[in-house]
Design a protein around this ligand. Structure first.
Ligand SMILES: [Zn+2]
Length: 368
């Protein structure tokens, strides 16, 4: 804060001398008692509220033309005095302040133990169910190439199915061939491709992770969310294995009373594909507001791995000097994917997805 601007009674030489002597004395007084160099600098030389600026504005405003030059010279001298004082202050190390003793009468600081975030907890619960079935965890990058996110998963360039996953692309990629262009992965499925290129069957992986879509945030959508993906590839894997695996997983997650049912659906990388519904965990299937009175809740997508995906994997393996390993006549597999937020919202009765990301302790503490 700057105090009042001193009055300048008149613009004659002796009045100016007296007024500037007072200011110079003020500067000296402050530099000897200064504790903070930066505060001193701001107080005097601050661009907008600095004392030098305020005083010169006030005094120059009403100055007669002939007084402007002597005024300007004196302000320059004063500024130099301040700058010299600043340099000296910076060169002289500040005296150490007296160390305060510990006041043992103060209340102690409380360390609140951390907990898993509800989304991480849900994700770990889903992953644990599949670990118990012999699956291992695989991870992949969030910045992916078009090849892994789309092309190898049987989304050809310009395929309309790409429109269902509004993609956030990395800028400045136009010069690259389309399959090498980078984007934020829209699903965890690219990790299927990365794993199959690296390893021959049998494969049983579960892939937790963050995915990105150009979705507007609303009560149930967020541009960044989490998925858990699964892939099982071996000889003689059938749709029955898929049904049995997911039925078991849903019972493990939501309770042994839960029933599952499968509906035909479409995903480019599985054929046939299905949506999986579970019987409503709130009304037991009788019908309520939560299940829109249908008795069922749609939860995940799945299907048998499309032979075109195996072909893309083998093509890439050959290009990398590896033997082919995914002949669709010999191996089959299934894949599934689910949204972690959706499962957490159902499990905990959360109606606003944004609450998971808000960092509001009143919300998060409920999961402690
Ligand atoms: Zn219901």
């Amino acid at each position: 804060m700057n105090e009042d601007i001193p009055q300048l009674p008149s613009y004659d030489e002796s009045s100016l001398d007296a007024a500037f002597a007072t200011l110079a004395e003020e500067v000296r007084g402050e530099t000897t008692s200064r504790v903070d160099v930066e505060a001193f600098r701001l107080r005097w030389l601050g661009r907008k509220q600095g004392r030098l600026k305020l005083v010169s504005d006030a005094w120059l405003k009403n100055a007669p033309a002939e007084a402007r030059k002597p005024l300007g010279m004196r302000f320059n001298q004063l500024k130099q005095q301040i700058e010299v004082a600043l340099e000296q202050a910076i060169a002289t190390p500040a005296k150490p302040t007296t160390k305060a003793g510990i006041d043992i009468t103060l209340p102690g600081s409380v360390c609140v133990p951390g907990i898993e975030h509800p989304l991480l907890k849900t994700m770990n619960e889903v992953v644990a169910v599949f670990h118990d079935l012999g699956y291992s965890t695989a991870l992949g990058p969030q910045v992916e190439s078009d090849f892994y996110n789309f092309e190898a998963l049987n989304f050809p360039p310009n395929h309309p199915a790409r429109d269902t996953q509004d993609t956030l692309v990395v800028a400045g990629q136009q010069a690259k061939p389309s399959r090498d262009r980078l984007l934020m992965r829209t699903h965890t499925s690219p990790v299927q491709i990365r794993t199959m290129i690296a390893e021959a069957p049998p494969i049983r992986i579960v892939v937790p992770g963050k995915v990105h879509r150009n979705d507007a945030a609303d009560a149930t959508h967020s541009p960044v969310f989490h998925q858990v993906e699964g892939l099982c590839v071996d000889t003689n894997i059938t749709f029955s294995d898929l049904k049995g695996t997911l039925d078991h997983a849903m019972k493990a997650l939501f309770g042994s009373d839960v029933k599952t049912r499968f509906f035909p659906s479409f995903f480019p990388f599985t054929e046939p594909s299905a949506d999986v519904q579970i019987s409503c965990i709130f009304c037991g299937g009788k019908g309520c507001r939560k299940c829109k009175h249908s008795g069922w809740i749609e939860l995940l997508g799945c299907g048998m791995v499309d032979p075109a995906v195996f072909a893309a994997v083998d093509e890439q393996r050959v290009a990398m000097g590896k033997p082919t390993a995914y002949d669709p006549a010999k191996v089959t597999g299934f894949a599934f994917g689910m949204g972690v937020e959706r499962i957490a919202m159902i499990l905990h009765g959360v109606s606003e997805i944004g609450q998971f990301y808000s960092g509001d302790m009143r919300f998060l503490e409920q999961f402690a």
